[in-house]
Design a protein around this ligand. Structure first.
Ligand code: HEC
Ligand code: HEC
Length: 539
């Protein structure tokens, strides 16, 4: 729908009411009009409200808690071994978008690195930055944000080159630095840790590909399953199978056309559907969780991440099997069976690794695979994530932003709020509304409330939602509302990275059936809208 017709939708009743002489004499009607123009009306009781625990404890959970996933990343995926074998230098890490916390680096190393950063970065002039042993030292010092080194062999010191293990915390994908020491264009940075904003250039695919046993990531790769007649959903023309080699897995993950930068495939559903990493600040304003809004409570989302994403072997538990069967029927069973085979072939033992506190009923939101980590820590994390501030809006032309705001009021507030301090609406925007070109083919029937597995063949926008979507809790297959914050820093838009900038997002030349078809036709008005959007903050 274009701006004009959407505007007409909102304005028409007002005009009619005016003509009938009602508007000015009925304050109720006035109120309704005002609310409609400021954003969606929120329900009186928030259906997705989450409990909160100890915020200060939550910071440590966010940065350092692994719940044992160092077993997965070190012994199953063998990421540290791959880092050593590939001679992955600090410069490689920066090129891959890694974030380095300067406060964790000792004085001597900090001085050496600072001096080298002033050079041409060649191996001759910047030896530390070109040496894998510096990478190891940085990991040992827990200076690479979200890459958590543990004293696993309990010898009183951390050294990942002699038996200590490395896990992953939330901060790996959900933190940046202030860039105060160094910031690489389209890469990573060195500075003070800033939790919450997305590291947009984090190259997770390349990271996974350098691991020694990338096949251990089978459940989140793009697969071609027998149960689906070998058909595959994703960006690659062909799916991987349990017979695919390590080199074939590496080729999939390391190809940014298949596994784009800034994205992670957060569903073990056999689809190749990497999603752009979402912001993780002001979680009191967001919800439901996941682009498709499958999860209503923040702690339930975090629990899913800990029990089955940061340790994928969790899906091989009895509860994991129940959950995958519920989601994907025979295809779900096949994913688990193939995975168990791959783990055996690649000599992975001692799994699952996640430290579990309680058992739940498999298939529920509280513990999709029947397992839950320490609830106090999950609630502490809720409190910390709620407290993380949104970055300030960009400095923009105030007059332009003001004009943009009026257009926004007129054409965008059916879904978005004008005021970003308000919590986003809890509704799932149905796929047909957000993507009129959606023409899904039904691939498999499922038990209610789950909808059938379905996918639009020639478009990636709905790929994640084929299997995992809000029908799991009786809602539409569609997209949850995002925060409109920190937009000036975004290099790419929409959850599938399909739009390169804000002007393109709002340009009607993308067409009426494209994803998010809400346009501003006039180029000047569009520039004003872009200024308004980039300036948005939650202050
Ligand atoms: C390997 C990268 C990675 C790690 C590590 C990671 N996440 Fe995420 N996270 C993502 C991506 C990608 C998305 C977007 C998913 C989507 O759009 O559906 C996301 C989305 C989320 C969301 C939903 C946000 C929203 O607005 O819908 C929550 C909540 C979340 N992550 C919490 C966590 C927590 C808690 C941890 C640590 C336990 C964590 N994540 C670790 C990549 C990661
Ligand atoms: C029918 C509901 C709806 C309307 C109307 C709507 N949006 Fe959105 N908007 C969404 C949803 C849902 C998303 C998330 C889409 C995604 O990530 O795939 C979104 C995403 C966005 C984003 C991208 C955020 C990001 O981080 O990538 C921007 C910017 C945006 N909308 C601006 C606007 C503007 C400007 C208008 C009016 C011209 C508008 N929207 C109208 C529902 C809507």
């Amino acid at each position: 729908m274009n701006t004009a017709s959407r505007f007409a939708l909102i304005v028409a009743p007002v005009v009619l009411a005016l003509m009938a002489g009602h508007l000015l004499s009925t304050p109720i009607a006035l109120q309704a009009v005002e609310r409609a123009s400021d954003g969606p009306v929120l329900p009186k009781v928030d259906p997705n409200k989450h409990e909160v625990g100890d915020r200060r404890a939550g910071k440590n959970v966010f940065r350092m808690e692994t719940f044992g996933n160092e077993g997965f990343w070190t012994d199953a995926v063998r990421l540290p071994a791959g880092i050593l074998a590939a001679k992955f230098t600090p410069l490689d890490a920066l090129r891959a978008g890694y974030q380095i916390n300067v406060d964790a680096i000792d004085h001597a190393m900090r001085t050496a690195i600072a001096a080298e950063l002033k050079t041409d970065l060649s191996p001759a002039r910047a030896p530390h930055l070109n040496d894998v042993s510096t990478t190891v030292a940085l990991i040992n010092a827990n200076a690479i944000i979200g890459v958590v080194a543990r004293d696993s062999n309990a010898d009183g010191r951390i050294d990942i080159a002699s038996g200590d293990k490395v896990g992953v915390s939330c901060a790996f994908c959900h933190a940046i630095t202030d860039g105060s020491v160094f910031s690489m264009p389209k890469g990573g940075s060195i500075g003070k840790e800033v939790d919450g904003p997305t590291p947009h250039f984090l190259n997770l695919g390349a990271t996974f590909a350098i691991a020694d046993n990338t096949r251990a990531l089978f459940p989140i790769a793009q697969l071609a399953l027998t149960a689906n007649d070998g058909k595959t959903i994703g960006r690659a023309p062909k799916g991987l199978t349990s017979h695919s080699t390590e080199a074939e897995f590496d080729a999939y993950f390391s190809n940014p056309d298949y596994y784009p930068i800034g994205m992670f495939d957060d569903a073990f559903d056999g689809n190749g559907a990497p999603m752009h990493i979402t912001p993780m600040f002001r979680t009191d304003l967001s919800a439901p969780w996941g682009s498709e809004g499958t999860i209503s409570k923040l702690d339930n989302f975090s629990n899913l991440v800990y029990t089955s994403l940061l340790d994928l072997t969790g899906i091989t538990t009895p509860g994991g099997r129940i959950f995958l069967h519920k989601l994907g029927g025979a295809a779900g069973d096949e994913i688990v069976d193939d995975y168990v085979k791959i783990l055996a072939e690649t000599h992975v033992t001692g799994y699952p690794y996640a430290t579990i506190a309680t058992k739940t009923t498999a298939g529920t939101e509280e513990g999709p695979i029947g397992l839950r980590v320490d609830n106090n820590k999950l609630l502490a994390l809720n409190a910390y994530l709620n407290s993380l501030p949104a970055p300030a809006g960009a400095t923009v032309d105030q007059a332009a932003a003001k004009r943009g705001k009026e257009t926004f009021r007129a054409s965008c507030t059916e879904c978005h709020h004008v005021d970003q301090r308000k919590k986003v609406g809890p509704t799932i925007v149905p796929m047909k509304t957000i993507f009129p070109g959606d023409r899904p083919v039904i691939l498999a029937q499922r038990d209610p409330p789950l909808n059938p597995v379905q996918n639009t063949v020639d478009n990636i926008f709905d790929d994640k939602m084929a299997v995992v979507n809000a029908s799991l809790r009786g809602l539409d297959r569609g997209i949850a509302m995002p925060l409109l914050l920190d937009l000036a820093r975004k290099p790419v838009f929409l959850h599938d990275n399909s739009v390169p900038d804000l002007d393109t997002l709002l340009n009607p030349s993308r067409g009426a059936s494209s994803p998010h078809p809400f346009y501003v036709t006039d180029a000047g008005a569009r520039a004003d809208m872009v200024a308004f959007l980039k300036g948005l903050s939650a202050k």
